[in-house]
Write a protein that binds this ligand. Structure first.
Ligand code: COA
Length: 214
């Protein structure tokens, strides 16, 4: 498992190798906030670069093959990757990946299939200041609400639990189609809090990783 935090701001940052696909360029163009559009493109290329380095391939030969439960394979949903075959068609790459963007940073996770055994990954990165009062009580399960009523810093704990929830929902490939209140994150062995300082992130972030068997 490779986890990497990547800064998405600053004009002096090196632009990752590779070009956005037509679909990625279209998604970026549709974003009203130009900084967010740039961050989206940078994070996409950075994730492809990480997948490429893990597989020992040049990033330019790797295609995004994301999987949306509503639309099928395309440009959004759960990250997947493929190679072009010489005579048309694509071949899927045996690798699990996940990404999250928050507060000018991206968190990337990549795990190659180990002896053919694949897992599904989900990561989530959250800036505590953004989430402190943003997640409604109704988004948490009964046990989580009890926990939130008992801790001294409710806002920080809500951000931590929310990151765990999104990580798990990504690993399950569902995202927020699933009612988050039905997803239990306390004492769930599939989810781990990540050390943000260990990842080189500045203060004020929380991050979580979920790993599930398909
Ligand atoms: C998954 C989700 C909770 C993440 O949202 P977020 O917290 O705002 O954004 P993050 O930066 O943390 O994560 C975004 C990444 O999550 C991943 N992701 C998106 N949908 C995913 C899914 N169904 N399963 C797993 N991962 C998913 C992608 O890698 C995405 O990166 P991208 O923007 O480069 O495509 C949210 O996108 C969601 O609920 N999506 C499902 C709803 C949806 O997309 N509906 C449209 C259907 S047509």
């Amino acid at each position: 498992m490779i986890l990497r935090a990547v800064p998405l701001g600053g004009a002096d940052l090196p632009w990752p190798t590779g070009e956005p696909t037509a679909g990625e360029a279209q998604r970026a163009r549709a974003m009203a906030d130009r900084d967010k559009a740039r961050e989206f493109t940078l994070a996409r290329l950075a994730l492809r670069g990480l997948v490429a380095s893990v597989l020992g391939l040049p990033p330019q030969v790797i295609l995004p093959a994301y999987e949306c439960p509503d639309c099928g394979q395309g440009e959004h949903g759960s990250p997947g990757f493929a190679l072009y075959r010489d005579h048309g068609g694509q071949v899927g790459l045996p690798i699990a990946a996940s990404a999250s963007r928050a507060g000018g940073w991206a968190l990337l996770a990549v795990a190659p299939a180990d002896d053919g055994e694949r897992v599904r990954l989900g990561v989530d990165l959250a800036a505590v200041a953004d989430l402190r009062n943003a997640v409604p009580e109704a988004a948490f399960s009964r046990a989580e609400r009890r926990r939130l009523s008992q801790v001294p810093d409710r806002g920080a704990e809500a951000a931590r639990l929310w990151a765990r929830k999104e990580a798990l929902l990504k690993a399950r490939g569902e995202g927020l189609r699933t009612d988050p209140a039905t997803v239990e994150t306390l004492d769930n062995p599939s989810i781990a809090d990540l050390s943000t300082s260990g990842l080189g992130l500045p203060g004020g972030f929380v991050a979580a990783l979920a790993v599930v068997k398909p």
